[in-house]
Design a protein around this ligand. Sequence first.
Ligand code: GAR
Length: 206
Amino acid sequence: MIRPLNIAVFGSGRGSNFQAVLSAIQQGRIPNADVRVVVSNNSSAGILAIARANGIPAEHISEKKFPTPEAFTEHLLATLRLYDVNFILLAGYMKRVPVRIISEYRNRIINIHPALLPKFGGQGMYGMRVHEAVVAAREHFSGATVHIVDEEYDRGKIIVQKKVAVAPDDTAESLAAKVLAIEHELYPEAVRMFAVGGVLLDEVVE
Ligand code: GAR
């Protein structure tokens, strides 16, 4: 019996990847999965508005509102327990996940990155900066990567990747649009793999 995925989504911005996953769940393309709560460090993030519009609890949890990093982590963990979360999706989350949460949710946190990791990942490589770096390096291909989140930034085990060709006249903006379209296919596919047991959560170890 496969344990249902009770998902928390963490995001900081517009939330289009969350929307893609949510639509796939609502349309029955991802069985055995339910988004329990959406968490953002940014009170005006689009991702929180999408959650509210769909009747999903939307929590603004920012480290700035807590006296210590430990108090922040404690509150985050309490929130995850409150909603009985057993799986976390990072969808444009621009903050580091506290190490205590990574270890409590070992192999149960995934992220989508807008490039072909291990290239163009690591500290400071997020959003448009990634596409600017890919264009500057005159790469022939870019794409999207879904990977397990561990303590090393953008270095966890890769689950799936999808490629896109970089045209000679692509700008960071045009490349971002191409990659985003691929992300919207890839993230629901990856969540589906976990939901149906295609990835055995406890066996995703190095
Ligand atoms: C996406 O392109 C995602 O891959 C990227 O932020 C964007 C969020 O868009 N994430 C990173 O760069 C993480 N390192 P969205 O809020 O519309 O899903």
